[in-house]
Design a protein around this ligand. Structure first.
Ligand code: ZN
Length: 507
């Protein structure tokens, strides 16, 4: 069966009802050090092609690498934050293969003696589509090791790929930038949550790396890149099937989609009695499916051997402990603390995270709003607006201080909830601060009794039957008259005052 023929043959729900998925993630992170891994060249993004290079990162004969101390420290930071053991001795190794963007024909990496091993990252998985309760998950980390990045090839021609290119150019600016690889152990027992576990793990890891300040973790720019391994076993089987590795998935959403599509594709193959080929695959953003790349090399194909030009890395225990002492509050602990302080449920917190609203809500509370108000405005009105325009919440032209001010205007009775929504609309439309919008649009609540009493009397006169009910003691009927007054005043009346006036008139 061809790849094309297997697509969409098996629905995801059907696939996970009959097969157990096993996933694994390898994440590459470019470290934000000032200089490259083994030379003094600036480790920054961009720049004229081949301007940030020297004999070492170009692999010229006679040049010798020197290990970047800060890269070692950053890697230990990551390892410690992931609950890993930091090795007494770690060693660099040569991974031999030819690639035009790798001038030495080998990459300096770590093989059998990585710097950090055996850790874990706790995540909370919540699939809003499934409507499930958030579920805790522990993803075990096999290793965190350090290597150097390669350069970049650019294939010039209509396709942008090497096939059909007129010629290719290579830029070595990226060659030698420190790259950390974080490898999970295989994650079993996820069932239908596999795509969401993969996505949440990468999201949590990204937040962690950002909190550590070791990388700018931009997936779109490639400073965080993810390879996703997937395999299936029939329910209850004792052995796992062959795995595939989907390379360089570059957004959180794509991580989930890649897992999902591989599960469907492999289930269709297994259903047809075919075997899954061990290979690397490419994820196609447009179709949401994967296509075959090269067949997967085994470790022995790379002829690893210890790098003879570098001494082993042997961090002293004092150094390790001083790095541990510098760790900031990590995202998981911060969320648990905020949840306690704010008195929100696990589900509320999951909703805030999924919406990318956690920091915005924290800043809104810091600016004076109550946790309930901050959560309400960001998750209702503002999230709707963001979703409609396909923007991130943080990109909306409104600040947490603005939102706090809107909540305050409601609290002090200057505007009611309906008018507050208009205030927000005005701020988003660039009409100024919340106070300027209130003035500009004339949005102040009418609580002046003289104005309200006239409207109340009109409503009573227009609805004699309702008025009669209230007179006879059916106070609940007052809602209809309040509604009429609100309508007559364009929503600007103070509803609770209106109610008082109506009941006063009809008692
Ligand atoms: Zn260099």
């Amino acid at each position: 069966m061809t790849d094309q023929a297997t697509m969409n043959l098996v629905s995801f729900e059907d696939a996970v009802s009959r097969y157990d998925p096993l996933i694994g993630l390898e994440t590459h992170v470019e470290l934000g050090t000032l200089t490259k891994m083994f030379c003094g060249c600036p480790a920054r993004f961009g720049g004229e092609p081949n301007s940030l290079v020297c004999p070492v990162c170009l692999g010229l004969p006679g040049s010798l690498p020197v290990t970047n101390r800060m890269a070692i420290e950053y890697t230990m930071k990551i390892g410690l934050a992931l609950n890993c053991t930091i090795a007494d001795t770690a060693r660099f190794a040569r991974k031999n293969y030819f690639y035009p963007d790798m001038p030495k024909d080998y990459q300096i990496s770590q093989y059998d003696e990585p710097l950090c091993t055996d850790g874990w990252l706790d995540i909370t998985v919540h699939d809003p589509a499934a409507g499930d309760e958030p579920r805790p998950f522990r993803v075990e980390i096999e290793r965190v090791h350090l290597e150097e990045d390669t350069g970049k090839s650019m294939h010039v021609g209509s396709t942008g790929r090497i096939h059909g290119a007129e010629y290719s150019l290579v830029d070595y600016n990226r060659a030698g930038i420190p790259l950390v690889e974080i490898v999970t152990k295989p994650v079993a027992g996820t069932g239908a949550l596999a795509p969401e576990v993969a996505r949440t793990y990468v999201a949590e890891l990204r937040d962690l790396l950002r909190a550590l300040g070791v990388s700018d973790v931009r997936m779109e720019e490639g400073s965080l890149r993810c390879d996703v391994n997937t395999s299936l076993a029939p329910r209850g089987a004792s052995a796992w099937g062959t795995r595939t590795e989907t390379k360089n998935v570059n957004s959180l959403r794509s991580v989930a989609r890649a897992v999902r599509s591989e599960i469907q594709r492999q289930a269709a193959l297994l259903d047809a009695g075919q075997r899954v080929v061990q290979e690397t695959r490419h994820f196609n953003e447009e179709t949401g499916t994967t296509s075959p790349g090269r067949s997967k090399e085994e470790a022995q194909d790379y002829r690893y051997f210890p790098e003879p030009d570098l001494v082993p890395v042997a961090p002293s225990r004092d150094w390790v402990e001083s790095v541990r002492a510098q760790l900031p509050e990590l995202p998981g602990a911060r969320r648990a603390r905020l949840q306690r302080e704010w008195g929100l449920s696990e589900l509320d917190m999951a909703a805030l995270r999924n919406a990318g609203a956690l920091d915005l809500v924290a800043e809104t509370i810091a600016a004076g709003a109550t946790p309930a108000d901050a959560r309400k405005w960001w998750l209702s009105e503002l999230l709707r607006t963001a979703n409609k325009s396909g923007a991130e919440l943080g990109d909306l032209p409104i600040t947490p201080a603005d939102v706090a001010r809107v909540a305050q205007l409601v609290d002090s009775g200057v505007v009611n909830d309906r008018l507050a929504r208009e205030v927000i609309e005005g701020v988003l439309a660039g009409e100024g601060t919340p106070d300027e919008v209130v003035t500009g649009r004339g949005l102040v609540v009418v609580s002046d009794d003289t104005a309200l009493t006239a409207a109340v009397d009109e409503a009573i006169a227009a609805h004699p039957d309702v008025a009669e009910k209230i007179r006879s003691g059916k106070v609940a009927a007052a809602g209809a008259l309040v509604g009429a007054v609100m309508k007559a005043t364009g929503g600007k009346a103070d509803a609770s005052r209106v109610r008082e006036l109506i009941l006063g008139r009809l008692s």
